[in-house]
Design a protein around this ligand. Structure first.
Ligand code: AMP
Ligand code: ZN
Length: 459
C-alpha cells in the first residue's frame, strides 16, 4: 500500500488515483537560460523515482514536465548575450535534454513549452476575471485578486495576514493587495509579446503551469510536484488561479522535494554556488550522481560535498562487485528482500532504506557465491530487478568497475601480466611490488577462476 506525503494535508496518505490504475502527474520544469546544476538533478531524479516506482507497481503514468521558455531571467540573459530569446532557450533546452538523458531520467509523456500555450493562458485569465478573481490594474497589467480567493494559503499553510507580514512581497502601488500576483504583463519595448484582450504582452510565470496542466491533464488531476521553493508563491498561486477559473479542485496531491545545499545554502544559479550536471559527469559515471541523490530521502535537505560523490562511487563498486562474474539465472521470487524493499518504497519513497535492503541483498550474493553459484546468480538477478525501480545497477559490472580510471587500461594490463610472470617465476617480492604499485593507482586486483581481474576503487 503506497503512502505519499501530501503537502496539502501535511500527512502521509494512502495513494488513490482518480481513475483506477492511471496516474496524471505534473512536475514544474526548468527555466531554460543556463546549464542545469545538480540541485535541478535532485528534483528531477526525485520525480523520476516517483514515476518509475508508480510504473513498477503497474500504474499507467501520464507525466507532464514543462519548459519555461519565456521569463524575465531569459530575456535578461538574451540581452546580455546580444542574442534572440529563442536562441538562448533552444540551446539550453538541448543541453538540458542531453544532461537528463545521461542521468537516465524517464522522458515526460508531454513536454509543453510555455510559449506554445498562450491562447490557453488567455482563456484561463478571462475565466478568472469573469469569476471575479482578477482585475486590470491602472498600469494595464492583469492581477489575481487574492482577497477574493478564500483558500489562499491552503498549500503553504499560512493565512493571508501571516503571509503578508512574513513574506517579502513586492509592494506595487497598482495592486489591491501586496500578495496579488501578475497574470498578464503589458510588453515593454523590445520584449517578446503576444496579442491579448488586454493588449500586447506576456503571461506571468504562474499562469503558465496552470494552463499547461489543465490542457494536458484536465482540470482535476492526481499529483503535482516540484522543489520546495516552488510551494510558495508558485504552487499556491497555481492552485488559486486554477481553482478560481474552474471552480473545482486542481491537483489532489502535492509533492515537494528538499533542497540540495552547499553548506546552509540552497544551490542556485543566482547565488553562484552551483556545480553543473556536466561538470560532475566529466569525472563520474551518471549513475554515481543518481546514487548520491537516492541516498537521502527526497524530502530531507541534502548537503553536497565532493566526498559524498567519492562515497557514492564506492557504494556502487560494492554492488557491481557482487554482480560481477555471475552465470545466467532466473531471479528468486518471494524473498524478504523484495518485501522489505517494497515496504520502504511504499513508505513515501524511502530510498535510503530501500538501498540498505539492496546492500543486504548484495551481501547475500557474495555469501552465496562461495557455496552455491546458481543461487548467488538468482539473487543477483533480484538485485538488478529491484535496482531497476531506482534506475540503478543496470550497467555491465565490468564497464562500471573500470569507469573513471585515470590510468591507461593497457598499462594496468601490462602490470598485471608482469606480476603473473613474476609469480610464475616464484619471484614473490617482485609480484608484491607490482601489486603495491597497482594499489597506489587505486586498482584492486583479484585472482580467481576468471584469471586476474581488476577494478578501479575510485579517488
Ligand atoms: P528553476 O529552473 O530554477 O525554475 O528550477 C527548476 C526546478 O529545480 C524547481 O522545481 C526547483 O525547485 C528545482 N531546484 C532548483 N534548485 C534546486 C536545489 N538546489 N535543490 C533542489 N531542487 C532545486
Ligand atoms: Zn510550475
Amino acid at each position: 500500500m503506497l503512502k505519499i506525503f501530501n503537502t496539502l494535508t501535511r500527512q502521509k496518505e494512502v495513494f488513490k488515483p482518480i481513475h483506477p490504475n492511471k496516474v496524471s502527474l505534473y512536475v514544474c520544469g526548468v527555466t531554460v537560460y543556463d546549464y542545469c546544476h545538480i540541485g535541478h538533478a535532485r528534483t528531477y531524479v526525485s520525480a523520476d523515482i516517483v514515476i518509475r516506482y508508480l510504473r513498477w507497481l503497474g500504474y499507467e503514468v501520464n507525466y507532464v514536465r514543462n519548459i519555461t521558455d519565456i521569463d524575465d531571467k531569459i530575456i535578461k540573459r538574451a540581452n546580455e548575450n546580444n542574442e534572440d530569446v529563442t536562441a538562448v532557450t533552444k540551446r539550453f533546452t538541448q543541453a538540458m535534454h542531453e544532461d537528463f538523458a545521461s542521468l537516465n531520467l524517464i522522458p515526460p509523456n508531454h513536454e509543453p513549452r510555455a510559449t506554445k500555450y498562450i491562447p490557453q493562458m488567455i482563456t484561463l485569465i478571462e475565466k478568472i476575471i469573469a469569476n471575479g478573481c482578477g482585475y486590470v490594474a491602472s498600469n494595464g497589467d492583469v492581477y489575481f485578486d487574492v482577497r477574493r480567493f478564500p483558500d489562499y494559503g491552503c498549500l503553504s499553510h499560512h493565512d493571508i495576514e501571516q503571509l503578508e507580514s512574513g513574506a517579502r512581497v513586492e509592494v506595487v502601488e497598482v495592486k489591491r493587495d501586496p500578495l496579488d500576483f501578475v497574470l498578464w504583463k503589458l510588453a515593454k519595448p523590445g520584449e517578446p509579446s503576444w496579442d491579448s484582450p488586454w493588449g500586447k504582452g506576456r503571461p506571468g510565470w504562474h499562469i503558465e503551469c496552470s494552463a499547461m496542466a489543465i490542457e494536458l491533464l484536465g482540470e482535476h488531476f492526481d499529483i503535482h510536484g516540484g522543489g520546495r521553493d516552488l510551494m510558495f508563491p508558485h504552487h499556491e498561486n497555481e492552485i488559486a488561479q486554477s481553482q478560481a477559473a474552474t471552480q473545482q479542485k486542481f491537483a489532489n496531491l502535492w509533492i515537494h522535494g528538499g533542497f540540495l545545499q552547499i553548506g546552509k545554502e540552497k544551490m542556485s544559479k543566482s547565488l553562484g554556488n552551483f556545480v553543473t550536471i556536466r561538470d560532475v559527469l566529466k569525472e563520474y559515471e551518471p549513475e554515481v550522481l543518481r546514487y548520491l541523490l537516492l541516498a537521502s530521502h527526497y524530502r530531507s535537505e541534502l548537503i553536497y560535498t565532493s566526498d559524498i560523490l567519492i562515497q557514492s562511487r564506492q557504494a556502487l563498486t560494492r554492488f557491481y562487485t557482487a554482480l560481477r562474474f555471475l552465470p545466467n539465472a532466473e531471479r528468486v521470487t518471494n524473498t524478504d528482500f523484495e518485501k522489505q524493499f517494497t515496504a520502504a518504497m511504499d513508505d513515501d519513497f524511502n530510498t535510503p532504506v530501500a538501498l540498505s535492503v539492496l546492500f543486504e541483498l548484495a551481501h547475500e550474493v557474495q555469501r552465496l557465491r562461495e557455496k552455491d553459484l546458481q543461487s548467488a546468480a538468482a539473487h543477483g538477478e533480484l538485485l538488478r530487478y529491484l535496482g531497476e525501480a531506482l534506475g540503478i545497477l543496470q550497467a555491465d559490472p565490468e564497464l562500471f568497475l573500470k569507469s573513471g580510471v585515470t590510468v591507461d587500461a593497457a598499462q594496468i594490463e601490462a602490470l598485471i601480466t608482469a606480476r603473473n610472470q613474476a609469480r610464475k617465476e616464484k619471484n614473490w617480492s617482485e609480484a608484491d611490488r607490482i601489486r603495491d604499485e597497482l594499489t597506489k593507482l587505486q586498482i584492486a586486483i583479484e585472482d580467481g577462476a576468471n584469471g586476474t581481474t581488476w577494478k578501479y576503487m575510485g579517488k
